[in-house]
Design a protein around this ligand. Sequence first.
Ligand code: ADP
Ligand code: TRP
Length: 324
Amino acid sequence: MRVLSGIQPSGDFLHLGNYFGAIRQQIHLADSHEALLFIADYHSMTSVRDAALRREYTQGVALDYLACGLDPDRTLLFRQSDVPEVCELAWLLSTVTPMGLLERGHAYKDRIAQGQPADHGLFAYPVLQAADILLYHADLVPVGQDQKQHIEMARDMAQRFNNTYGEDLLVVPEPFIPDDVAVVPGTDGRKMSKSYGNAIPMFAAPKAVKKAVMGIVTDSTPVEEPKDTKAAVFQIWSLFAEDAEREDLFARATAGGLGYGDVKKDLHRRVEALFEPMRERRAALEAKPDEVEAILSEGGRRAREIGRPVLDACRQAAGLGARV
Ligand code: ADP
Ligand code: TRP
């Protein structure tokens, strides 16, 4: 079973919601599957127009994942653009993709609805994404709900290509949308999001992390009164606790006598215990760009070894290039 996913390099800082909601699961997939993870730098061209920024963001994603514990010996981590074969496969797929399918694409429709100009890259974004998946014969694509439509389009394109040029050329992938991943609340109780100003950052300076944790909004229930364990502070704390610890703390909260301040201090201690080593690993790697580059290049080389034969078979079946 081959699992593949892609991440857009956007330059965004990572927060606890990203870690518990996505990254941790992406990294652990390699425990039980053959895993490929690439940084979608070609895709970023639909939004980022600055070359230096693109490199910086791409490097940033690599640092984030390596710092979070991605083991490059077990997960192929690579830059999308190191396997340019993906662009050729995108062309092949585009010739069996109806306009109507792409016109229904959310990203494209949203851009048009906002009255903003859309270029062909954005329109064809789902075709390149399909090529990303199909080039590597990926079976399973773990993504968030927002990407479900793109995976369905990739399935559609694989089936059409196979129907046209030969069954078994491309593997029809399945989306993998875990529904048991809880939404991590932010410091104000809404979903944690970088755009709400309610995030607890992973890789910010220790002071900023502490400020965010201590700033979690709580009500004015006095210490001795029972507390509602659905409050953000308890829910966030739970992410860092074992089941037995949670039961214990929740029982104390419900009984009364437990102050929010103490929970926050303990939470901060746990946040640091998990993220401080990651922060250090990230800083250490940042100081060794050659090492990161070697990981990405080697990942790209190995990914290309998987993708090249798949493209070659598609070319042959479609009557392209010299007959072999
Ligand atoms: P943001 O909401 O900060 O803009 P993104 O949309 O960039 O975050 O999310 C990147 C990934 O992190 C997605 O897979 C998303 O599902 C996950 N994620 C983001 N915020 C949360 C959250 N509060 N709880 C659970 N998962 C989250
Ligand atoms: N479109 C995805 C996103 O915005 C990133 C992506 C590109 C991707 N190619 C992919 C995800 C292939 C999964 C598989 O998050």
